[in-house]
Design a binder for this molecule. Structure first.
Ligand code: WTA
Length: 646
């Protein structure tokens, strides 16, 4: 049982370290410490701090390499860092092939349940290898070669995982586009990556509704000349149009001679790209973040092993979507690298009822649940009766990611779900970092709402506009000072933007784009983004993308999108629209514009509200002052207005 301990003036029988912590602190229980693979956090942190390369080399040595590295870290061309240079490896070798030589061959790698609860599919490592080999041979037969890009646009079905791993197995670079995105978002990402192949499903289920993935993909691909083939997995059975020559049913190719149950895993250089993943940044179109076979593999393997203390009998559930980085690193790669059993659920948290998730935990005896605060807040609304109907005693650890977790949600999660037995690992990281960066491990004392301290080998700092460290508890820019193996290598096709975006504001330090503070105990507290990124229900969206969707509507002359605090979603999108001459503002038009954004970008981007304005505040150089719109909308101080045009 974890005990809640406030700082007291006379701490009894506690170590000096305990007494030193300020504020509300939850200490790990004896049971948690006894279970933990890694008991001495301080010693490991100290060791990694002194010998960063040695620490990571030891972790890397736990995995199998086709050829060893000549250098752990090559920082000669900063900020273009390289890890494990000279080495050869394929991440799939360590996710699958390696385990086939051990008892894990018959261990469950993946368990899946359908949204309606009527279907369960499970795959041992042996079976996973067969599925991935079949998909890899089929992809290869469609002319995909090492280094080619493949866009994956699917629902939460096992095949999305096979597709990712199949691409990696043959050395193709996957680019997964979240299945909740719509035409514009998909088209932009296919075109930017010049993908040769698109893998999709006929459709997907979302809260009982059918999403027409194939139709959306058809519309997107129509404007993407790079696409030669489309591979379609049947999921819903809905009617779709198949274009002869270009489109292929997966189940038909599975029956054809091109499908091979055994297929070789391509040997890659450690620094070869594994995938690109588009994410929103400040202004402009989404950036394609590049991750590699070697470093990303070592980073996701190590972080999951230590932070969630993975054990052989764990049943791990990361309830994110495979289409986001959380799904890439911690549904697919991290768990498989650790030889764990990963659970994938097709549906959302509250469908058909708010007990669904808790039922799944009981049904599959999930031991670790990793999810986002928005899901917790959403489920908390329905009260304790729902979780209390189910046996949640299999749980031993909980996790949180994607946005700051508010203390109320933290406590509900801790008490009602974890029964005060399960420490909550609040993990701060990004698409760009590939792996957890600020996070506790189970033995670290927790403060609700703080991700505690940087992971082994990392140093974080809070700096002011000039890059000078600020005092304890003062807000500033969060920067990272040390390279790490799973760090992004570049922005695909735009290395200048990589340098400019992450490394130019504070030379030598990685700029996260977040503001934060560090308290007197060295614990970090994330405040939020400092750029034009909005986190809606943990999903990362850019104001620029919402604005470009709005502008395609014939009535809109100009628009500005901002994120404002929202009780359930964390943040929600608010839009200010300037209409073209002759257009009249009305509630109907506002509603039409909301739907317009949803249709073009996806339902997650549907604005909470559209307001019509006569003028948008701009700087003299013509940039929209979203900061001012945000302050006004919340009745907050408007700050420095010297750059505002008359
Ligand atoms: C935010 C998600 C507070 C942060 C893995 C970051 C968090 C952005 C946390 C990256 C957390 C992520 N506490 N804020 N534990 N985790 N964030 O790329 O603003 O979708 O910069 O990666 O999410 O979002 P992304």
């Amino acid at each position: 049982m974890a005990t809640k301990k406030k700082k007291t003036s006379k701490p009894k029988k506690t170590s000096p370290k305990r007494a030193k912590l300020h504020g509300e602190v939850f200490f790990p229980s004896k049971e948690v410490i006894a279970q933990a693979n890694l008991k001495d956090w301080d010693a490991t942190a100290k060791r990694a701090g002194k010998d960063l390369e040695g620490f990571w080399a030891d972790e890397a040595s736990e995995l199998e390499w086709a050829k060893p590295w000549t250098m752990v870290l090559d920082d000669s061309k900063q900020p273009f860092f390289k890890w494990f240079t000279g080495a050869q490896v394929n991440i799939v070798h360590n996710c699958i092939d390696r385990h086939l030589k051990t008892y894990r061959k018959n261990k469950l790698a993946l368990v899946w349940e359908s949204e309606d609860g009527k279907e369960e599919r499970s795959f041992s490592y042996f079976k996973l290898n067969r599925e991935v080999s079949l998909m890899a041979s089929i992809i290869k037969s469609l002319g995909v070669e090492k280094g080619d890009r493949v866009t994956i646009y699917m629902g939460r079905v096992p095949e999305i995982i096979f597709a990712m791993l199949a691409c990696a197995k043959i050395g193709a670079i996957h680019s997964v586009v979240f299945g909740g995105f719509s035409v514009d978002a998909l088209q932009g990402r296919i075109a930017d990556s010049a993908s040769k192949l698109v893998i999709t499903c006929d459709g997907s289920y979302q809260n009982g509704k059918l999403i027409e993935l194939k139709r959306i993909a058809d519309e997107a691909v129509a404007k993407c000349p790079s696409v030669e083939n489309m591979l379609v997995v049947r999921r819903t059975g809905q009617v779709v149009t198949m274009q002869p020559e270009r489109d292929h049913w997966y189940h038909e190719l599975l029956e054809s001679p091109v499908a091979k149950e055994r297929f070789p895993t391509e040997v890659m250089d450690a620094e070869d790209p594994l995938f690109i993943l588009y994410t929103s940044g400040s202004t402009g179109k989404p950036k394609a973040i590049v991750h590699t076979h070697g470093g990303y593999m070592v980073g996701t393997y190590t972080t999951l092993k230590y932070v969630f203390d993975l054990k052989d009998d764990d049943r791990w559930w990361c309830a994110a979507d495979p289409g986001w980085i959380t799904g890439h690193s911690y549904i697919v790669y991290g768990p498989l690298l650790n030889g764990a059993t990963s659970f994938l659920y097709e549906g959302g948290p509250a469908f058909p009822n708010p007990g669904r998730w808790w039922q799944l935990i009981e049904r599959y005896a999930i031991t670790v649940l990793y999810t986002a605060p928005t899901a917790i807040r959403g489920l908390m609304r329905f009260g304790e009766d729902w979780p209390n109907q189910y046996d949640l005693s299999s749980l031993r650890l909980l996790g949180s990611v994607g946005e700051p977790i508010n203390p109320e949600a933290w406590k509900w999660y801790y008490t009602v779900i974890g029964k005060e037995r399960c420490p909550i690992m609040d993990t701060w990281w990004q698409t760009e970092t590939g792996m957890f960066m600020i996070t506790p491990t189970p033995v670290v004392p927790l403060k609700p709402g703080s991700g505690t301290r940087p992971f082994f080998g990392q140093e974080a700092e809070i700096v002011d506009e000039q890059g000078k460290p600020v005092k304890d508890n003062e807000e500033g820019y969060l920067v990272l000072k040390k390279p790490w193996p799973a760090m992004l290598r570049t922005i695909y096709g735009d290395p200048d933007r990589y340098v400019q975006q992450y490394w130019s504001k504070f030379p030598g330090k990685y700029m996260t784009g977040d503001s934060a503070r560090r308290d007197e105990d060295g614990y970090f507290w994330i405040i939020g983004r400092v750029d034009d990124v909005i986190k809606v229900s943990g999903h990362r969206l850019g104001t620029a993308e919402v604005e470009s969707a709005l502008i395609t509507h014939p009535a809109v002359a100009e628009s500005a999108a901002i994120g404002l605090p929202h009780e359930l979603k964390g943040q929600a999108i608010y839009c200010f629209v300037l209409l073209k001459p002759g257009q009249t503002a009305s509630a109907e038009l506002a509603e039409e514009l909301r739907q317009h954004v949803a249709k073009h970008m996806g339902a997650i981007a549907r604005p909470e509200e559209v307001r019509f304005v006569d003028k948008l505040p701009k700087t003299r150089s013509g940039k929209i002052m979203r900061r001012l719109l945000k302050a006004r909308a919340q009745g907050l101080p408007e700050g420095d207005l010297s750059t505002l045009e008359e």
